[in-house]
Design a protein around this ligand. Structure first.
Ligand SMILES: Nc1nc2c(ncn2[C@@H]2O[C@H](COP(=O)(O)OP(=O)(O)OP(=O)(O)O)[C@@H](O)[C@H]2O)c(=O)[nH]1
Ligand SMILES: [Mg+2]
Ligand SMILES: [Zn+2]
Length: 296
């Protein structure tokens, strides 16, 4: 039996890299083991040289999932140490989507980092960054300014990654793949190897993909998505993802207040008095209402 890590998974097939080997192997999942996801650690056999069989998926330390339109959790990646949310001056940040990534990070007990990419586009970088990051900077979420294009901030990012598996998340066009490209000198060759092994044609970021880094650790590229449903999380998870609500919650009139439209809601009052951002409360409410709609 061999040990390896799943780089990318397409349905029942996965591209696996055996530990301490460069070569990639296409493996089929068994019905018994279920489908593997990007980042899974697996044990596999090699009945023929060109195709392996996943015999066991090792227990996941964590699983990053999103909810599909039918309300079911769909795993995207596993065994993640660091969740990096990429945003940029362009495209205009989708603030609600970023709030959702932050909730997802919190639900997995991961400390998120915001990667502010494309700072080469900013004239007065500090002022522009503060304007873009307003709510999140106030919440104390660490921000790394970078430019995949001119290389600013990349060394610091690499330093931070050492030994860790990080996933890059963010809307389409913010530069996730460009960052991977800037960190991995032989990316074209690797992409070629991935598509040859998977047999799925040209490799694009339609699936979350893990790239081991020469400096240790690994980076996962994920496809930009427009909608991140989180209806598989509990209402408590959703609420806890908005840590600035916490001091006010005990002051709500009803102990089971959901901060939607209840009378005597202290969270809503904190928005009125300017202590909580109205935008953040709206993000929370949208998540809770979506959950109500998908989990009857
Ligand atoms: N000016 C500037 N442009 C950048 C930078 N990084 C990426 N871009 C450009 O932004 C565009 C989108 O970059 P991608 O890396 O494809 O974005 P992505 O986040 O992977 O997008 P999806 O795969 O669709 O989710 C490309 O035209 C890049 O050249 C940067 O640091 N500065
Ligand atoms: Mg991409
Ligand atoms: Zn309340």
């Amino acid at each position: 039996m061999r040990n390896g890590r799943v780089l990318v998974s397409h349905g029942a097939t996965a591209v696996v890299q055996e530990d301490n080997e460069a070569q990639l192997i296409r493996c089929l999942a068994r019905r018994r083991t279920g489908r593997a996801v990007c980042g899974d650690l697996v044990r596999f056999s090699l009945p023929q040289p060109s195709e392996g069989v996943i015999e066991e998926i090792l227990p996941r330390r964590n699983t990053l999932s999103r909810t599909n339109y039918r309300g079911q959790a769909r795993p995207l990646a596993a065994n993640i140490d660091s969740l990096m949310i990429v945003l940029a001056p362009e495209p205009t940040p989708d603030a609600e989507l970023i709030d959702r990534y932050l909730v997802l990070a919190h639900s997995l007990a991961l400390d998120p980092v915001l990667l502010l990419n494309k700072i080469d586009l900013l004239d007065d970088a500090a002022a522009a960054a503060a304007a873009l990051l307003g709510d999140w900077q106030n919440l104390g979420i660490p921000v790394h300014p970078l430019s995949a294009q001119d290389g600013a901030g990349l060394a610091a990012l690499q330093q931070r990654l050492r030994g860790q598996t990080a996933i890059l998340l963010g809307q389409s066009g913010v530069g996730k793949s460009s960052l991977i490209n800037a960190l991995i000198p032989d990316l074209p060759a690797r992409t070629q190897a991935l598509s040859e092994t998977s047999g799925q044609g040209r490799h694009t970021t339609t699936e979350t993909t893990l790239y081991p880094l020469a400096t240790g650790g690994a980076m996962m590229d994920s496809p930009g998505i427009r909608i991140l449903r989180l209806a598989h999380l509990t209402p408590d998870d959703l609420e806890a993802g908005f840590s600035e609500f916490e001091p006010f919650i005990p002051e709500c009139r009803f102990r089971n207040c959901r901060h939607l439209d209840e009378t005597g809601c202290a969270v809503a009052a904190a928005v009125e008095s300017g202590q909580i951002s109205p935008r953040r409360l709206a993000s929370y409410r949208a998540l809770l209402r979506e959950r109500d709609a998908l989990q009857p």
